[in-house]
Design a protein around this ligand. Structure first.
Ligand code: SF4
Ligand code: SF4
Length: 437
């Protein structure tokens, strides 16, 4: 079974939602849409308080080379354009707040077109104009990955259907419920890139999704590849290694080895953007964890407060102890449930006091377990010592910047050391230093 070196196999905890079809959340009465939902420079608001917008109307225009537009996710009236802390970074970000009129009137620009009539350049432009970003969590602008420099030709498109994070099942349901849309979007991505070699990689704990997609790709030339169930199989570099035996160089990108990787949800969003000129303003997300009564997969509008998702799942199961956007391995804790769903919100995980309890860390016992599981071939224990001793130059020399923050090292550490916190800190320091130079 194809896989990569290292990694761990945490308990999957997917049974609460993996067999539950996606439900559509009723329209929210108010949405708060941050202008920064993607890697790169934020969008700039182009609406003001009192403006009337429709679902899909442009509310933020891109501001740099790596930036995408932002759109209204409901029709109604702009209630405010306000600066607030970003739910994931806590940095001040501009939000466009819209009061829904309950009509969900689509913007005039939305409408069907024939994708076959579009050139590769027009496909990329349609994907950019729809604000499509990576929906697996990283939120990298999709059009940018489709525009590689001339000296880095792409020969393979990998579609990521691994969903290796415990608890999350949104991608699994998309593969089961929208296989035709997913295959159409994949074909459009391949045409935009000009590649024939296309693989959809799926962990073998989702045999129904492998089967559904194997049927859907019949006659298209797209291959479906089952992969060993192991975390982080869905990380770009590990997926490339498993499917193609290619190694992305340290500090490099998939395009350095002729690859582009896109998530399954992104492929469906690409299909909607190209065929219907429909901007990315809603997504499927999993609401789950021991702290919520009735875990579900929900289709939700971007900007919907998390509290409305929790209410749709029967509310909290007792007193919630921690809310995480994403999965337990790489997700980010958010301050409360007033934060909005973003384009990259693959899940909302609610922990109860028992599951959120943090164990006391102790001294490293030099067991070497972290080295054995690091999928990037790093020595986390050595990096940790360098960082604790404020030897950031040594940590940089030993490739701390190559850490993908997957958490495998911390997951297996018998001393309960919060290794990833140290690596995140070191990376931000090294990054800031490099910027100053
Ligand atoms: S796993 Fe933890 S205790 Fe073992 S060597 Fe790594 S840091 Fe030390
Ligand atoms: S968090 Fe970083 S150091 Fe730890 S296992 Fe993952 S890549 Fe390796």
């Amino acid at each position: 079974m194809l896989t990569f070196r290292g990694g761990v196999h945490p308990p999957e905890y997917k049974q609460a939602t993996e067999h539950k079809p996606v439900e559509t959340l009723p329209l929210p009465t108010r949405v708060s849409i941050p202008m920064s939902q993607h890697i790169g420079t934020p969008s700039k608001p182009v609406v003001a308080k009192g403006d009337v917008v429709r679902t899909g109307t442009l509310v933020g225009e891109p501001t740099g080379r790596v930036s995408v537009p932002t759109h209204a996710s409901v029709s109604g009236t702009v209630a405010d354009v306000v600066e607030q802390p970003h739910p994931l970074t806590a940095q001040k970000t501009v939000f466009v707040v819209i009061d829904s009129d309950g009509q969900d009137t689509p913007d005039e620009a939305i409408g069907e077109q024939d994708p076959a009539a579009l050139s590769p350049e027009q496909l990329v432009a349609a994907i950019r104009d729809a604000g499509v970003v990576g929906m697996g969590g990283a939120a990298f602008p999709t059009f940018f990955k489709l525009s590689p420099p001339r000296e880095k030709p792409i020969n393979t498109l990998l579609i990521n259907g691994c969903e290796c994070e415990p608890f999350l099942t949104a991608d699994h349901r998309v593969m089961l419920e929208q296989p035709a849309e997913l295959v159409e979007g994949t074909g459009l991505l391949a045409r935009a890139l000009g590649v024939d070699d296309v693989i959809i990689g799926i962990e073998n704990n989702k045999p129904d999704a492998i089967e559904a997609l194997a049927r859907a790709v019949a006659g298209t030339g797209i291959r479906v590849q089952g992969l060993k169930t192991k975390y982080p199989q869905g990380a770009e570099k590990q997926l490339i290694k498993a499917c193609l035996f290619r190694e992305v160089p340290s500090g490099g990108l998939p395009m350095d080895v002729g690859c582009v990787v896109q998530n399954v949800g992104t492929a469906v969003a690409v299909r909607d953007a190209v065929r219907f000129r429909r901007p990315l303003y809603e997504r499927v997300t999993t609401v789950t964890g021991p702290g919520v009564c009735d875990p579900k997969n929900l289709r939700v509008r971007v900007g919907t407060p998390v509290s409305e998702l929790i209410a749709a799942c029967g509310g909290y199961n007792g007193e919630p102890a921690k809310l995480i956007m994403g999965g337990p391995m790489m997700g980010i804790a958010v301050p409360d449930d007033t934060v909005p769903v973003l384009k990259g919100t693959s899940g909302v995980l609610v922990l109860d006091p028992a599951s959120a309890a943090e164990l006391e860390d102790c001294d490293c016992i030099r067991c070497g377990r972290c080295i054995k599981v690091c999928p990037m071939g790093l020595a986390p224990q050595r990096l940790y010592y360098h960082i604790r001793s404020r030897r950031l130059d040594d940590a940089e020399r030993e490739h701390v910047m190559g850490c993908i923050e997957c958490g495998c090292c911390a997951f297996g550490c018998p001393a309960q050391i919060r290794l990833v916190h140290h690596f995140k800190y070191a990376k931000s320091e090294v990054f800031a230093r490099r910027k100053k130079k």
